[in-house]
Design a protein around this ligand. Structure first.
Ligand code: PMP
Length: 427
C-alpha cells in the first residue's frame, strides 16, 4: 500500500526517531501506520490521504471547543498581527492569570509556562523549595510529563510501551520519588507514619487519565488532603488533563477539595502551547523573582498562545457548556456499552465531563492493577476497525478519550453505529 500516510511515515523515520515527535503517536502498541493529519475542523480530522475521521483524541485534550474554533482562530490571527513574542510582560497574560484565579478558587497566584511538563516540573521544584524536603509521592500509572523525578512508574506512553520508568534518569533522582498505589489510602498513611516529615509533595492526577480513565474511590482525595495538611506536605493536583475538561473547576470543583498547588495545560491553551502552575499565595511567593526557587521561559505567556487560551476558557463558560459536553460523552459511552452488551463483547466504559474511558474488561477499573488486566488484543482490534470506519480513538488501551463541544448527536450516533457493526461481526 503506498498511501501518503505510509510514505510520510517512512520518510519521517529517516530523520525523526520513530517518525514522531511524541511516542504514542507512533501506533507502536496497536500496530499499523500512524495517520498524518493534514487539517482539522470541529469534531473531525482529515489525514494525508484526505480520509475524514470523527476525532476522539482532540489533540490529547486541548480541543474541547472542537478543532479550529472560528473565535480561537480569529484571536490567534489578531494577536499574531501584533507580533509573536516579546520576552516582556503583556496585558493579555495578566488577564489570563486573573481569569484562571477567578475560575479556580484554590489558585491565588499563577505562573504561565509552555507545556504541562514544565508546569508539573516547576510545581515539584517549588514544593521542594517551600518545604525544604526532597521526597515526593506519585502514583503508579499516573503521568505528569517527562521531568526526571516524575518518570518513575509513569503512565501514558510509558505504559503503552510496557516500560514505566525511563532510561536516563539517575538513580539519585529516582530514589526521591516514592511510588504508591492510586486509591490505596492505607498504604499512604503507613508511608507518612514512617517518614511523613521527609515528604515535600504528593502529586496526583485526581482523576487518572493516563492509565485509561480511573476515578478516585470515595474518600481517597479527601484523605490525601487530610494527610498533607497534617504533615505539612504540599498537595499538588495535576489537572493538566482534567482542568476545565471534567467541569468548570476541574476535579477539585467536583469534589470540593482545595489543593495547595494545581498544574494546568491542554484546555487553557486552546490548542496552543500553554501550561500553568498556581495555588496558595505563600507557596507561589517562593518563585523567582520573589523567592529563591528558579523558574523561567523565553516563550512563557506567549501572546499568541494566551490569546487562544483566553477564548478557549471563555467558551467553556457559556451557559450549559458542560451540561451539553457531559451529555454527549455519556451518550457515547452508554451507546458503546449497549453495542458491546448486545454482541456479548466483554466491555465497560465510564466518563466524566468531556473525558471517557473504554475498557475491554467486565467492570470499570478502580486501580492500576485492574487496568492492566484489560484485554489489549481486543482493544487493538476495536481501534483498527473503528479507524477504518473513520473514527479516531487514542492509539493505546491506556489513554483516556475526549469529546468536544463540536461532537453533536450525529457524530456520536455514527460512532456508536460503527461500534455496533464491529462488535456484531466479532460474534
Ligand atoms: N500531566 C498530565 C496529567 C498529562 O496528562 C500530561 C500530558 N498528557 C502532562 C502532565 C504533560 O503535559 P505536556 O505533554 O503538555 O508536557
Amino acid at each position: 500500500m503506498t498511501s501518503r500516510n505510509q510514505a510520510l511515515f517512512e520518510r519521517a523515520q529517516r530523520t525523526i526517531p520513530g517518525g514522531v515527535n511524541s511516542p504514542v503517536r507512533a501506533f507502536r502498541s496497536v500496530g499499523g501506520t500512524p495517520r498524518f493529519i493534514d487539517r482539522a475542523e470541529g469534531a473531525r480530522v482529515w489525514d494525508a490521504d484526505g480520509k475524514c475521521y470523527i476525532d476522539y483524541v482532540g489533540s490529547w485534550g486541548p480541543a474541547i471547543t472542537g478543532h479550529a474554533h472560528p473565535a480561537i482562530i480569529e484571536a490567534v490571527r489578531e494577536a499574531a498581527l501584533k507580533g509573536l513574542s516579546f520576552g516582556a510582560p503583556t496585558e493579555s497574560e495578566v488577564e489570563m492569570a486573573e481569569l484562571i484565579c477567578e475560575m479556580l478558587p484554590s489558585v491565588e497566584m499563577v505562573r504561565l509556562v509552555s507545556s504541562g511538563t514544565e508546569a508539573t516540573m516547576s510545581a515539584i521544584r517549588l514544593a521542594r523549595g517551600f518545604t525544604g524536603r526532597d521526597a515526593i509521592i506519585k502514583f503508579e500509572g499516573c503521568y505528569h510529563g517527562h521531568a526526571d523525578s516524575l518518570l518513575v512508574k509513569a503512565g501514558s506512553g510509558l505504559l503503552t510501551f510496557g516500560n514505566p520508568s525511563s532510561g536516563g534518569v539517575p538513580e539519585d533522582f529516582a530514589k526521591h520519588t516514592i511510588v504508591l498505589d492510586f486509591n490505596d489510602l492505607e498504604q499512604i498513611e503507613a508511608v507518612f507514619k514512617a517518614r511523613g516529615d521527609e515528604i515535600a509533595a504528593i502529586i496526583v492526577e485526581p482523576m487518572a487519565g493516563n492509565m485509561n480513565l480511573i476515578k478516585p474511590n470515595p474518600g481517597f482525595l479527601e484523605g490525601l488532603r487530610r494527610i498533607c495538611t497534617e504533615y505539612g506536605t504540599v498537595l499538588i493536583f495535576d489537572e493538566v488533563m482534567t482542568g476545565f475538561r471534567v467541569g468548570p473547576q476541574g476535579v477539585q470543583g467536583l469534589f470540593g477539595i482545595t489543593p495547595d498547588l494545581t498544574t494546568l495545560g491542554k484546555v487553557i491553551g486552546g490548542g496552543m502551547p500553554v501550561g500553568a502552575f498556581g495555588g496558595r499565595r505563600d507557596i507561589m511567593e517562593k518563585i523567582a523573582p520573589l523567592g529563591s526557587v528558579y523558574q523561567a521561559g523565553t516563550l512563557s505567556g506567549s501572546p499568541v498562545a494566551v490569546a487562544a487560551g483566553m477564548v478557549s476558557l471563555r467558551l467553556t463558560r457559556e451557559a450549559g457548556f458542560y451540561d451539553r459536553l457531559g451529555a454527549s460523552t455519556t451518550a457515547l459511552v452508554s451507546g458503546l456499552s449497549a453495542a458491546a452488551r448486545d454482541a456479548g463483547v466483554v466491555f465497560s466504559a465510564d466518563s466524566v465531563g468531556g473525558m471517557f474511558g473504554v475498557y475491554f474488561s467486565d467492570a470499570v477499573p478502580t486501580s492500576f492493577k485492574d487496568v492492566m488486566k484489560s484485554d489489549t488484543e481486543a482493544f487493538n482490534r476495536f481501534f483498527h476497525a473503528m479507524l477504518d470506519e473513520g473514527h479516531y480513538f487514542a492509539p493505546s488501551a491506556f489513554e483516556a478519550g475526549f469529546v468536544s463541544a463540536a461532537h453533536g448527536e450525529a457524530e456520536i450516533a455514527a460512532t456508536v453505529a460503527a461500534a455496533r457493526r464491529i462488535f456484531a461481526s466479532w460474534r
